[in-house]
Design a protein around this ligand. Sequence first.
Ligand code: BGC
Length: 622
Amino acid sequence: MCSSFPVGAQAADAARPQPTVSPNDDAAAVDLAAYDAVADALLARMTLAEKIGQMTQAELTSLGDLTDIAELSLGSVLCGGSSDPAAGNSVTAWADAYDACQQAALNSRLQVPLLFGIDAMHGHSNVLGAVIFPHNVGLGCTRDPQLIEEIGRATALEVRATGINWTFAPCVTVPQDDRWGRTYEGFSENPAVCGELGAALIRGLQGARLDDPRHVLACAKHFVGDGGTTAAPPAKPDDPRTVALDQGDTRVDEATLRRVHLAPYRPAIAAGVGSVMVSYSSWNGLKCTANRYLLTDVLKGELAFEGLVISDYNAIAQTDEDFRTAIGKSINAGIDMAMEPNRYRKFITLLTDLVEAGEVPEARIDDAVRRILRVKAALGLLGPDPNVTADRTLIESSFGSPAHRQLARRAVRKSLVLLKNDGDLLPLGGGAGRILVTGSGADDLGMQCGGWTIDWQGARGEVTPGGTTILASLQQALGAERIVHAADGRAANGDDIQAAIVVAGEPPYAEGNGDDADLKLTEQDLRAIRDLHAAGVPTALVLLSGRPLVLDDAASDADAIVAAWLPGTEGAGVVDVLAGAHAPTGQLSFSWPRSVDQHPLNEGDEDYAPLYPLGHGLTYGK
Ligand code: BGC
């Protein structure tokens, strides 16, 4: 529906305030306060309805013919994990949808363009044909901020090919319990790694100037303590494999909250991040969305964050059974923009009522809108010639480009961690014998990519065009005639098999659906490893997973073990290491448990006894 909206040139509004201050080109980070004069001039012209409209973010798929955008002066549109334009999920359908939404915004009285937000979490990961980079769990093992900054720049270009000016990334969570379904969104269990790499991604995404049309607004999330929730198993009484961690309660003292979970926000803010998303989770029983101390005193006060604070998807309603009360609590706590995918109209009505009744001070509304307008000004959206149309030349030059695939392949090989390599089984390049390849992930692009890929939960199989599976990459690197792809390990019997590769791991998942009480390999994958071991075939286990899995017998049955995490579309990067073109250099960014009952397991624990410690990682020839 969005793409059917007419797209046309819009005359610049002469009355629109002009930027009076330009940020320093050489500045390392975007200075948002430099845009206060522009923001304040526009704020002064706004009615209460226009202000509250700016504070509201609606979901594209709820917006129908888009007329609500101008009628309600909406400040932002989002596309959630499974949301696509009505015209489909092609890059051009997205660019059309973006242009149409911006044109709709320019029909409003003050013609304030939109922030258009999407979860470009590992590349422009909602859009068919984009390069899918490794999830953060793998990037954390590279310990390479330059590489991650480059990934940020590449991602920004692919996002801008669709016009979109805001990504809900990076996630700077510090996951402390790997049973949590969002562990892979975090770079590490170690706050310093999360801070350094999160800041690098922000620099890459945002650049030094947000009005550079090759960059996008970043969003550090989820503030704060999302990775520290306390397990309360089982989440589903009929399924003992489940555990309630997602959106739970982080029961730690303030010193721990600051040392572990708040720490990455300092470098993120120093890098100039323009937005922060608040966590669904609670801190000692109080939802972060309604926590004035955390949002206003700590984030905006002590940490001097000048950008906008957005609530998570429908999170405001979680702060109170009564929606009006929930809105009052959240806005008064310091939420500036409300992610209200479907109930945006109701949100506007109730917030207006709260302001008129004096229950939300107008000064709070002005602070929220000033922050939103600052960010818009920094993005070049409030000047005389706002940047509101997708630059379609980027579709040809950048979207899914060979250069980005090469970058992703480099990131994949740098993220691989060689956990074990008995008898120097790896690399497999030498020899002329045949290599048996099996396991649930051997030929599965969707499993390589994980959740938040095309769909919210991801999917098995050929989820997106482009990219290569590990099997296809092995065939290319070693020659198809040397590769035997088999359904299980038994095919090795009586064959001239030099070695076997079992690619095992987790099916895709996202958020609470990934909460998992036992983190086991599937019985079928375990059996393949067991059978190969029994047949005396040297076996390398390659793991595709969003977190360390409990290996059970596979820890001893497999001769070599490689953690490949969720590498994305460029399976060739895995084979670069398996076949020996590149030696592994990755270091674990999470401690690897011996058994699931060790969780939560983190470096610095008193009785720290992991199977492989944080930082572990072997290489070849040593
Ligand atoms: C997630 C956020 C995400 C948002 C928008 C929520 O369910 O918690 O991380 O940015 O959806 O898709």
